[in-house]
Structure formats: C-alpha cells, structure tokens
Write a new protein. Structure first.
Length: 70
C-alpha cells in the first residue's frame, strides 16, 4: 500500500526571507546562484520551510559555534 505524501505549502521569497531574517532580494540572489534550496516554476521561485531549515542547520561551522560559546 502506498502512503500518501504529506503536502507542504510553498513559501514565496518574501515569506521565506521573513522567516530567515533576510531581505527578499538577497534570498532570490542566493536562489539564482544555487546557494539555497528552492523550487523553480518557470520564472517563479518558491521555498519549502523544511528545506530551508535543513540548509540553515548545515551552515553551522565549528569555529562559529566555539566563538559563540566564549
């Protein structure tokens, strides 16, 4: 039996940028450069909150964590 996929609403650049505390233009530039996970639909770009969260979690570096603990 096939399990139904869980649908996750897509975020606009403005909505995703608000969650990440970024300017929407910065997020769109990163998306066009392939630096941040996005979904391209023609000329439009959309984002999944879970993908962005996973991407952000992977951006931590050991020196940054150590500096924050000092």
């Amino acid at each position: 039996m096939i399990e139904p996929a869980i649908f996750e609403a897509l975020l606009t650049a403005v909505q995703a940028a608000q969650l990440m505390n970024l300017h929407p233009n910065t997020l769109l530039l990163w998306a066009r450069a392939g630096k941040v996970p996005c979904i391209r639909m023609g000329r439009r770009v959309a984002f999944r909150a879970t993908s962005l969260n996973q991407w952000l979690a992977g951006q931590y570096t050991v020196p940054a964590v150590r500096a924050a603990q000092l």
